[in-house]
Design a binder for this molecule. Structure first.
Ligand code: BEZ
Length: 212
C-alpha cells in the first residue's frame, strides 16, 4: 500500500552511499525529497540523479535534503555514481540508499508488482520536518521526472504552511495567490492582506504572494 498524504513517513535504518543512516536523524528538521529508481545503470535514472545533483543549491535554499533509493547493491551504486558524474557533469553529493531487502520500498509502497515484480517504481515523496508525507508522485518507468515541478510544489507547500493562502494553476514564486475559502472574517482578511484583495467571486479572492 502506498503512503497517503499526511501519513507519517516511516523511519528506517539504511545503507547508503554516504554511510549508514537512521532516516529521521539524517533528516533532522529539514524537508526531504525521497525518490526511488527501478534500477542502477538505467538511462532515465542516470539523467535524473544528475539533475538532482545539479539542483542541490535550489533544494538547500528551501531547507530540503534529497535521497535516492534503488534495490541494487551499494557497490553498484558507487560504480554508477562515477558514470552519473562523468556523463551528467555533476558531483553527486547526496546519499543513495541500497535497499537490497526491499524493506523500505515495501514500507513506502514503492513496489508495484503489476508494473514490475522485482524493482521499485519511479516514486517521489516530499516529507516535511514533522515527517508527514506532503506529496507523492509515481511516474511510468520510461518517463523522467521533472524536478523543477517538485521544487515548485515545495515552494507552494512552504508558502501555504506560513500564510492562509492556496496557489492557483501553474503558480510560480511571486505570482498572485488565493485567500483560502475558510478565511471569512473581514477584519482578519484586512489585517492579513490590507487592501490587496481582488474578489473575483466570493469564493475566489486573489492577493499578492505574501512572501515576495
Ligand atoms: C530507465 O531508464 O529506467 C528506462 C528506460 C526505458 C524504459 C524503461 C525504463
Amino acid at each position: 500500500m502506498s503512503l497517503k498524504l499526511q501519513e507519517t513517513a516511516p523511519n528506517f535504518h539504511a545503507q547508503t552511499t554516504e554511510g549508514e543512516i537512521d532516516f529521521y536523524e539524517w533528516a533532522g528538521d529539514d524537508w526531504v525529497v525521497l525518490f526511488s529508481h527501478p534500477a542502477d545503470f538505467t538511462p532515465v535514472c542516470t539523467t535524473e540523479l544528475g539533475r538532482v545533483a545539479a539542483l542541490q543549491d535550489e533544494f538547500g535554499k528551501r531547507g530540503v535534503k534529497t535521497i535516492g533509493l534503488s534495490v541494487d547493491p551499494i557497490d553498484d551504486h558507487h560504480a554508477w555514481i562515477s558514470d552519473i558524474e562523468e556523463t551528467q557533469d555533476v558531483t553527486v553529493d547526496y546519499p543513495i540508499i541500497a535497499d537490497a531487502d526491499k524493506s523500505i520500498a515495501e514500507a513506502y509502497g514503492m513496489m508495484h508488482p503489476e508494473a514490475d515484480e522485482t524493482h521499485t517504481v519511479r516514486s517521489v515523496f516530499v516529507i516535511d520536518p514533522d515527517k508527514n508525507v506532503r506529496l507523492t508522485i509515481t511516474y511510468p518507468a520510461p518517463t523522467g521526472r521533472n524536478f523543477d515541478e517538485i521544487l515548485r510544489v515545495i515552494d507552494a507547500l512552504q508558502l501555504t504552511d506560513e500564510h492562509q493562502v492556496a496557489t492557483p494553476v501553474d503558480w510560480e514564486r511571486g505570482d498572485d495567490v488565493i485567500i483560502v475559502p475558510s478565511l471569512t472574517d473581514p477584519d482578519e482578511i484586512r489585517e492579513k492582506f490590507g487592501d490587496d484583495v481582488d474578489e473575483l467571486r466570493p469564493y475566489l479572492r486573489m492577493t499578492s504572494d505574501p512572501s515576495s
